[in-house]
Design a protein around this ligand. Structure first.
Ligand code: ATP
Length: 267
């Protein structure tokens, strides 16, 4: 979805997300079941948060899990990159924020996802200057209108939670903070399995063992995606060279040697 503020139900499924079980459970409680079975929540008088901030290193699944939540809930998803809202003329940013929330309400249930939300919510009086300040104030106004925000959930994502204005992290705003860490060795295996779901991985390949390898230390999900893609390319290259133009039965699975060669290429 290239168009700014365009809404669709994303096609990312839970199975496409490796690891992050804790987040999955939280979002199931706070968003998915709430949209699908609102009656389950009635009568308890519980005030549940509708705004979330995912923070942590780049490429670890913040965008991916937000999309999976929307898919699972059957909700629309509006993806906004924070800096896009800033690149507007004076006054236009505020209007863009208002329009965004009103569009989200029209297509509720909806998840409004703010990528690089720190760009919009830097500490007042610091980096941003008054353009950011006015934008932030407008954002706070919209976030505080929670009663009128029925069925609209907001998720922000940032690599720099420390620069954000405290005011925006209060309950009712981006009130629930959720850390998205680098994957552990076992989680790397789970991510590789999720990434390999639709790829012809050879039965002899042990993705859990691959994930635990030292060569993958400190890999993010995005690094693992690059590894998986490179391995598929190396395997494809093998197949293309061995078959030439004939349609002979050729090696068409991704084997351990392909992963080894891919590791050599990307690291
Ligand atoms: P950024 O902070 O850079 O925006 P992000 O945390 O939002 O990063 P994503 O965009 O969700 O990261 O991840 C980038 C890509 O890396 C995904 O499209 C996916 O291919 C892969 N990836 C990252 N984390 C995971 C994961 N937990 N499971 C499966 N794939 C993952």
């Amino acid at each position: 979805s290239k168009r700014e503020g365009f809404s669709v139900i994303p096609n990312v499924k839970w199975e496409d997300v490796g690891g992050l079980d804790y987040l999955r459970k939280e979002f199931d409680r706070y968003i998915v079941r709430r949209i699908k079975y609102p009656e389950d929540y009635e009568g308890f008088g519980v005030d549940l948060e509708t705004g979330f901030l995912l923070y942590g290193p780049p490429g670890c699944g913040k965008t991916l899990i937000a999309k999976a939540v929307a898919n699972e809930a059957g909700a629309n998803f509006i993806h906004i990159k924070g800096p896009e809202l800033l690149n507007k003329y004076v006054g236009e940013s505020e209007l863009a924020v208002r329009t965004l929330f009103s569009r989200a309400r029209t297509c509720s249930p909806c998840i409004l996802f703010f990528d690089e939300v720190d760009a919009l919510a830097t500490k007042r009086g610091k980096e941003g200057g008054w353009v950011v300040e006015r934008l932030l104030n407008q954002l706070l106004i919209e976030l505080d209108g929670a009663e009128q925000r029925q069925g609209v959930f907001v998720i922000g994502a940032t690599n720099r939670p420390g620069v954000m204005d405290r005011a925006i992290l209060r309950p009712g705003r981006f009130g629930k903070l959720l850390y998205v860490p680098l994957p552990s060795p076992d989680e790397r295996g789970l991510i590789l399995k999720a990434l390999g779901r639709k790829k012809p991985i050879d039965a002899s390949v042990d993705l859990s063992a691959l994930g635990r390898m030292e060569a993958c230390e400190n890999f993010s999900g995005a690094d693992l995606a690059a590894l998986m893609n490179e391995a598929a390319m190396v395997a494809l290259e093998d197949k293309l060279t061995s078959t030439k133009s004939t349609s002979d039965a050729a090696p068409c699975t991704i084997k351990s040697t392909h992963f080894e060669r891919a590791l050599g290429k990307i690291s």
